[in-house]
Design a protein around this ligand. Structure first.
Ligand SMILES: *Cc1c(COP(=O)(O)O)cnc(C)c1O
Length: 369
């Protein structure tokens, strides 16, 4: 039987991609803000309906440089969530800032906004929440707190491509939002990412930072990095963008199929898609098991059948070997509950119904044990 992975990258038709990259053999302009880079930046700005957007080599560098562009004093505290991909926490630490972990809600697994204020000290300078699984954080409440205490807000929107609230795209909240276009995400450029923001001055800062801080041939104005997207990736992005609505519709059908199949299982908490103000992207199908040990039991049973569901996100980033005991030990009961009991089921546009049936069958068998 075929192996089923948690996701499978979408690709445009081979001939279409080959045709689109042909001009590069004449122009020989392969990177450094070429014409495809500039075109994709504009197409994504339109698609995400954001005022400004800076294209990056990947989501992680987008996070690092967005934080750097905020110019926070060294050792400032950044309130963040431990229930995320390790990249979020790395971006804080690599900027010589200190992560302060806030617990999450078990309803949608985003940062618990009611627990933020208790964590604020005079060293707090920013909040870095994550729209985990594409679930939007409580944007209004977070903005109110940030306003009250004069904090910057940077959203890790890597899971939220195409998500909107009341027609407003996920990239419009806080001071900036970061997207990832990694091959495993809902929309991809092989490797890629972007920062969306509303302050026009940030465009130049990020442009400089992603190109070594070079402003002119003889002028280096910032300690930058190299985070430029190359032209091959930009062309992949241009090919994938017109298909993303179709891909999301296919994901939706498959997510709803899982829901109808698993709805009556008492030991499971399924994702809900019933808020009429939200447009979802169906990027992930996280299932939380309500009995201790059951998640790992199902994970193992699926693996025996060559089905690779994933424990996103276990362990918490605060428990990573490189961070454990290095930062404050605030209790994070909900985050631990989520990390210990959630399994993300395979979900991608091409996922076959017979494969979904195989997955559900294994889960049901384990629930009966
Ligand atoms: C994918 C991801 C990143 C990093 O993006 P890359 O493009 O892989 O560098 C950061 N945060 C979250 C939540 C992600 O899922």
């Amino acid at each position: 039987m075929n192996t089923i992975t948690v996701t499978k990258s979408t690709l445009p038709p081979y001939e279409e991609f080959i045709e689109k990259i042909k001009p590069l053999w004449d122009s020989r302009w392969l990177t450094n803000m070429g014409s495809y880079h500039m075109e994709l930046e504009e197409r994504l700005r339109e698609y995400l309906r954001v005022p400004y957007l800076s294209l990056m080599v990947n989501g992680h560098m987008a996070l690092e440089l967005a934080l750097q562009a905020m110019n926070l004093p060294e050792n400032s505290e950044v309130i963040t969530t431990p229930f995320t991909f390790i990249s979020t926490t790395h971006a804080i630490v690599r900027n010589r800032l200190k992560p302060v972990f806030c617990d999450i809600k078990l309803t949608d697994y985003t940062m618990d906004e009611t627990k933020i204020e208790a964590l604020i000290t005079e060293k707090t300078k920013a909040i870095l929440p994550v729209h985990v699984y594409g679930n939007l954080c409580n944007i209004e409440k977070i903005q109110t707190i940030a306003g009250q205490y004069g904090l910057k807000v940077l959203y890790d929107a890597c899971h939220a491509f195409g998500v909107s609230q009341n027609g407003i795209g996920a990239g419009n909240f806080g001071d900036a939002s970061v997207f990832s276009f990694h091959a495993t995400k809902v929309y991809h450029t092989i490797e890629g990412g972007a920062v969306a923001f509303s302050d026009p001055a940030m465009y130049e800062s990020l442009y400089n930072l992603k190109n070594f801080g070079i402003r002119g041939e003889e002028s280096v104005v910032a300690v930058g990095a190299n985070a430029k997207m190359n032209e091959f990736c930009a062309i992949m992005g241009l090919c994938n963008l017109p298909e993303v609505e179709t891909h999301i519709a296919l994901r939706k059908a498959k997510a709803e199929w899982y829901r109808t199949q698993l709805l009556n299982e008492e030991l499971l908490r399924l994702p809900v898609y019933d808020n009429p103000q939200i447009t979802y992207n169906y990027g992930y199908f996280p299932v939380r098991f309500l009995k201790k040990g059951l998640r790992d039991q199902v994970y193992d049973a699926l693996r025996k059948q060559d089905i690779y569901a994933r424990k996103y996100f276990y362990p918490l980033t605060s428990d990573a070997v490189c961070f454990k005991k290095r930062y404050q030990e605030v209790p994070l009961p909900n985050a631990h509950e989520a990390a210990d009991n959630i399994l993300v089921l395979p979900l991608y546009p091409e996922l076959a119904e017979k494969d979904q049936e195989r997955i559900v069958k294994v889960i049901r068998q384990e629930l009966k044990k």
